[in-house]
Design a binder for this molecule. Sequence first.
Ligand SMILES: Cc1cc2nc3c(=O)[nH]c(=O)nc-3n(C[C@H](O)[C@H](O)[C@H](O)COP(=O)(O)O)c2cc1C
Length: 342
Amino acid sequence: MTAHPTGESIGGRKDQHIDIAARPSSLHAGETGLRRYRLRHRALPGRDLAEVSLRTPVLGRELEAPLLVSCMTGGTPRARDINELLARAARDHGVAMGLGSGRALLADPSLLPTFRTAARPRLLLANLGAVQLRLGLGPDDAERLVDMLDADGLVLHLNPLQEAVQPGGDTAFGGLAERIAAVVERLRPRPVIAKEVGFGLAPDDVTALLAAGVRAVDVAGAGGTNWASVEGQRDPRAGQVAAAFADWGWPTALAIRLAASKARATGAEVIASGGITDGVEAAVALALGATAVGVARPFLVAALDDRVDEAIAVFLDQLRIATWLTGNHAPSSLSPADLVEG
Ligand SMILES: Cc1cc2nc3c(=O)[nH]c(=O)nc-3n(C[C@H](O)[C@H](O)[C@H](O)COP(=O)(O)O)c2cc1C
């Protein structure tokens, strides 16, 4: 297993992340802003609930709903068990799933079963920290990872605050856009998605990522899991630094609006994530311009309780009902006209 600069193993860190991220103390101090909007309720929705379909193409795949189980884990026996539950539920509901960072897998291919479990979701995405493209990994490694996992595409995560807070974290973020462009080129036609991890993408970031050729941006805005707080709970000194960032970043609702206005012109997709907890918030995110919605921590907590199948079913019921009650036949027809700011 690959050693981290501080001497700890990636696997040990990933298992700690699971326990800490599941605690309420890892939640962002600010709000996503999604609950500031209300969907325009219609008492005459104009069609039967059964006529509403959540089927949506995402990254070229027809899914049963525009939902992604966001990238979380892999690399340890515990991660394998969690991935098994998440992948089975994602497959059974016909939604997408992202895997956790594949950096450890590239270093130790024997970890493959902890990432690629028996169940295969309809859309499966590999994951790597974009900063690794400055630290020895390149387009060849990105392609090797996608091939090893038999994935449909690659998610590159951008986590500068998490790395800066973490003792010995990787903060070589200069010149990353060019390196992301090289990965896009190598993987084409397989999609590359760029995401934050809970502090949001600025409009300038979105512009740079779209210029690099990514097929989608996942805003991963503020209001859900706070990765500065997670790292702060792993180390007392990091905790002191993290304290000032409890409320940092672009609230998810704002990040979606800004990203959607940039992406619309290019045809790129916008995934909304960061603190989305239910299907009504998902409907608001879609009305604000997202093309799909990602959820991490709430599905992790459900998986730890062995009830992720039910959690996804409830989430999709909520999204279906909210879509219907606004007079829409599909989530893709939700628009800002369906929102009232309250
Ligand atoms: C336990 C855990 C591990 C995570 N590991 C990764 C990872 O390896 N790669 C990544 O891109 N994001 C990772 N994330 C971040 C999530 O994909 C997501 O962007 C973030 O948690 C915000 O979404 P949420 O508020 O729904 O949790 C992880 C999240 C959790 C909860």
